[in-house]
Design a protein around this ligand. Structure first.
Ligand code: GDP
Ligand code: MN
Length: 398
């Protein structure tokens, strides 16, 4: 689960991390009022969307102006003007995809003078099963590009969970960033605060790009991006409250209401499968036959007819879907439950694309009978290969 920059900064502030004063606003009037509460002479007007690269992004609407989603203002009136230009407009960045994201919230921040910009991240390293720090002198840049072109400029190490964060971890980062004097102490303290927040709040990723040295010579968190482990959010009511569902994929949101493991993808073939492994294999074989899956969906073992019906509705609501492949190997999941769900969903929402159904395993005969007797226009398949071949052929023939 991701949160907005202003929420991430508030959280880090509660751990003692140095962040600028800021206010979240929903209107240009409120932006002016918020800016008036800060001294200036510099304000930063920041679009709040769940995507990075805002500074270098651009708006679809011409009246939003040529600047990106992070703008500097030299007066309260200018802050109001920039907020007005961005609110209700669509910001496209490297991370939003071409459709962009609607800007509903603006963060007004007390501007900082910048001496230097660094990159810092904490993440879960799956290779070592440990928490890792990543630091680089190349702040404000695309870290993937830095890793590609100048990997020697990135410091990365993991923390032994038996000891947790120690002062030497922070000093290692401080020296690699070339910090001096009091900055080294600030760095050791800040890294400890960030590490503590990361562990206590079950984060998956914490990225500060840039971490800066201000013109006053102090370390400061200038941007913050946090992703939480979705499976642990139930342990943190305060974090769950930060969820902004308007930033999420509508179909994934709907699926989460029914506890379905659904992930939207870019292809044209909708998939309904039981078991994550079989779902992965189904996506692979669709690609093998020359098409792309429109989603990952594991309906799970104990799904009811109602759940299957909802899953099928979610798949058909995707306008990109040109065909559907139902691939069920009935074990705990029974083929007749799947068949019932598919038939009831089609009765409710209709079916305008080809549907290939492959059923095998528990109650397969009953499942096939339900489908046949429903009079649905279904293409039957005998196995995984046959099913993939048939749905790809049906979609290509359209
Ligand atoms: P991102 O583009 O979405 O990563 O948004 P950031 O919060 O990282 O802002 C983009 C860039 O705007 C930063 O790398 C800075 O160069 C600049 N910026 C952000 N806040 C300030 C500020 O307080 N003062 C100054 N001078 N520049 C800022
Ligand atoms: Mn940034």
């Amino acid at each position: 689960m991701n949160i907005h920059e202003y929420q991430a900064k508030a959280l880090l502030r509660s751990y003692g991390a140095p962040v600028s004063d800021g206010r979240i606003v929903l209107s240009a009037n409120a932006a002016k009022a918020a800016a008036s509460e800060m001294d200036g002479p510099l304000w930063v007007v920041k679009a709040q969307i769940h995507a990075g690269g805002r500074g270098k992004g651009s708006f679809i609407e011409a009246d939003a102006g040529a600047a990106g989603g992070v703008r500097l203002a030299r007066s309260v009136d200018e802050a109001e003007k920039e907020a007005k230009a961005m609110l209700g407009r669509t910001l496209v960045t490297k991370q939003t995809g071409p459709a962009g994201k609607l800007v509903n919230r603006i963060y007004i921040e007390d501007g900082s003078g910048i001496e230097k910009e660094f990159y810092l991240a904490i993440l879960v390293d799956r290779q070592t099963s440990r928490i890792s720090f990543v630091a680089s002198t190349e702040g404000g840049m695309d870290i993937e590009e830095v890793a590609e072109a100048t990997p020697e400029k990135i410091l990365s190490f993991s923390v032994d969970p038996a000891t947790g964060y120690q002062g030497f971890h922070g000093r290692r980062i401080a020296f690699s960033l070339g910090l001096k004097g009091a900055q080294i102490k600030q760095c050791v303290k800040l890294m400890g605060q960030l590490y503590k927040a990361f562990v206590e709040k079950d984060m998956e990723m914490l990225e500060i790009n840039p971490l800066i040295i201000t013109d006053g010579g102090d370390l400061k968190v200038l941007d913050a991006k946090i992703g939480f482990d979705g499976n642990a959010v139930y342990r943190h009511a305060d974090i769950a409250e930060l969820r902004d569902t308007t930033e999420e994929d509508a179909r994934e949101l709907e699926a989460s209401k029914y506890d379905l493991n659904y992930i939207a993808l870019d292809g044209e073939i909708g998939c309904m499968v039981n078991g994550a492994g079989l779902a992965m294999a189904t996506m692979d074989i669709i690609k093998l036959y020359g098409a792309e899956p429109a989603n990952f969906l594991d309906v799970g073992g104990g799904a009811t007819k109602e759940k299957v019906t909802e899953a099928f509705k979610i798949i058909t609501s995707d306008p990109q879907v040109k065909g559907i492949l139902v691939n069920i190997f009935g074990g705990i999941m029974r083929c007749d439950v799947i068949a019932d769900g598919v038939v009831s969903a089609v009765k409710e929402v209709g079916l305008s694309v080809p549907l290939v159904v492959r059923l095998e395993g528990t109650n397969v005969d009953e499942g096939k009978r339900i489908i046949t007797e429903s009079g649905l226009n279904v293409i039957a398949a005998d196995n995984l290969r046959d099913g993939a071949e048939k749905i790809v052929a049906a979609v290509k023939a359209l």
